[in-house]
Design a binder for this molecule. Structure first.
Ligand code: PRP
Length: 220
């Protein structure tokens, strides 16, 4: 019996714009324009024969869909993987979505020095675990304020002294009078695979990983 079409979870947003050319080079083609469609489940084809289907979801949900087996494979940011530590395989760095996860704050506060051991600060972030781990290691008592986006606003309205967020061009920080204090992790998008899917659908998943590996190598 032939394998079922593989289900691939893709992140919406700016990562998707970089993902589509990579998929195209790998011969993996959605049947419709996933940048504009409102559909969340989209069929696709593989060059040389075969079909796949795509789930178009939020970046932070890709790990969940793949860990649960609702998607066989996915494209997830290293930031999401570090924060949620899903039980998935991570066979390939796709070298897209490159940015860094940083501690940032208002220029004057950051230039006044890193928070002293034993001091208390408020930190706005969607990376609760990574932020808490970092400040714990610094001996700083951090109150983590969870936000879902636009973290840069929190210091401007006096809600936090620091943020932990992704920085790509630095444009959002500059526009809001913030600067980087420290880079915690370099980030890029990774291919992730559900372990049970890998065990049962190795014959389809291994060639797909190979297609993507060659597409990544071709862009270097
Ligand atoms: C991300 C990130 C920063 C911004 C950094 O947000 O959270 O806000 O991009 O990019 P830059 O350094 O190039 O300015 P995104 O635009 O993805 O939206 P979000 O705030 O909803 O997460």
């Amino acid at each position: 019996m032939p394998d079922q079409p593989l289900t691939i979870a893709l992140s919406k947003g700016r990562i998707l714009e970089q993902t589509l050319p990579l998929l195209a080079r790998a011969g993996i083609t959605p049947a419709e324009d996933v940048l504009s469609t409102r559909k969340l489940l989209v069929d696709g084809t593989l060059e040389g024969g075969g079909s796949v289907r795509f789930l178009i979801i939020r970046a932070t949900d890709v790990c969940t869909y793949v860990e649960q087996g609702a998607a066989d494979i996915g494209i997830a940011g290293r930031d999401s993987l570090l924060e949620s530590k899903p039980h998935v395989y991570e066979p390939l760095d796709l070298n897209i979505g490159r940015c860094r996860l940083c501690v940032c704050g208002p220029k004057a506060l950051v230039e006044a020095g890193t928070p002293a051991r034993g001091s208390r600060i408020r930190v706005a972030t969607k990376y609760d675990r990574l932020a808490a781990d970092y400040f714990l290691a610094q001996g700083v008592q951090a109150e983590i304020i969870h936000l879902y986006g636009s973290m840069e606003l929190a210091p401007l309205v006096g809600m936090a002294e620091r943020i932990v967020d992704l920085v790509e061009t630095g444009g959002t920080l500059r526009a809001n009078g913030l600067i980087e204090e420290i880079t915690l992790f370099d980030i890029s998008s990774r291919l992730i695979v559900n372990p049970a899917s890998f065990a049962t659908q190795k014959a389809s998943i291994l060639p797909l990983i190979e297609r993507l590996r060659q597409a990544v190598a071709g862009q270097a």
